[in-house]
Design a protein around this ligand. Sequence first.
Ligand code: SF4
Length: 491
Amino acid sequence: MSSVARFPSANGYYIVMEKDATTPAPGVYTGYTAEPRHLAAPAPPASTICPVPDSAGRRTHALPLVCAAAAGKAFFPLPEPRQLDIFPRLAGIYVHVPFCSTKCHYCDFYSVADQLHRSGAYLEALDREFDLQTEHFGVPEPETIFIGGGTPTLLTPSHLARLLEIVRRHLNTTRLVEFTVEANPNTFDAQRATVLKQAGVNRISFGAQSFIPEELVALQREHSPEDVPRAVDFARAVGITRINLDLIFGIPGQSLASLETSLRRAVALNPEHLSCYNLIYEPNTPLAARRTRGEITPLDEALELAMFRQVQTMLTQHGFTRYEISNYARAGAECQHNLHYWRGAFYLGFGPSAAGHHSGWRWKNSASLNRYTQALIRSVPCLPIASRERLTGWARWGELAMLRLRLSSGLQYGPFQRQTGVDTRARLAGVRRKYEGLGLLNATPDALALTDAAVPVSDTILADVLAAFGAKDGSLCPAGALQGESLTCRP
Ligand code: SF4
């Protein structure tokens, strides 16, 4: 049995805490989420001092949440500095460009097709969002920037240049080591390559997916196999040599032979990095609907398993190392930006549907270009944060452990304990016992990692890892669970 309690906070929202009556210490709160207060109560007076200045620099207008309320929308504020750990430095910046020429049938990323005429408004809103987040967190000094989407290179060269100017103008780039832009092979040309190079982009991630025309059609991709080498040449011609290719396996109609062809053609382009994803039938995608209607037949699991092994074997033979469940790189060419995600680092997101993370807080912008631009392009702009939550206690450390185990390097007990105060060696003893002798875990006295054989069943193992950190066994994190909005759990 659990119940909830609501605590009005000072800055216009409620903290909703769940109280788990089954815990051995009654009154211990297991976690909380925030919900906009104005949904249940009138908005604070318009004269409230606002953490975000308006365009004239005034701070006596309404809170960001109230700005949204005035527009009939509910948005959350960013977590306040006092609610955050003080030690993490910003690791990465993600910018989401929501435009695509058409919608691929498997895709569940937020993007809009046929809406490029709205890119001017999007850029104006993005500029303001950078202003507001910079006002809150200070000038970001990221190690990595990743501009994804959507299809960033669908923007015209002049709009692409403006996007990059907005990003760079708001950042201090002295610590920058990696600057990636995603591109679709058929939207990339010499002019765009030059624009990217001039802005300091040093890595491009191309969505190749397959080199078999029929498979691209099955996915409703717009490009042809020949577009990929042409796009890679454009990048190299301007001196952008760090190349990633995305590939998909498990495509309806795909065979081991056709996958081998795609892998061979990808490797022949000599990328430094390959992301190879198993096709997922995401709910509410056209691909899932076609499967439900019986128009396509998914591959059987045994074949998908053989495909995973083929990917692993071929890429290893060609000098790539799998460093994450779906990611392969040549030595030293791992994607630093994505490593930040898997290490639970502090990152900021900009653009519709983009997410940020700091100290267990996660927040996400509205996945609507309309709402995004309406919130930001107004006399009193507000951040379009549509959801916000904070993981505390064991839930936070469980997620961090799970993310670490996605990496081939696994979870190193010592560094993890120094970062979190949690002894994971003891906490994961049950998981180790459960999978002992199956060849799925590589367990040493200092670390735990998934083996290659475990990758196809990694979801199940990682769910067990998360459960091992769950509060259901009554062993709540003694500090984090009680701390509410204060700093880090240090049991
Ligand atoms: S191009 Fe990428 S983001 Fe756009 S619909 Fe296709 S998979 Fe999704």
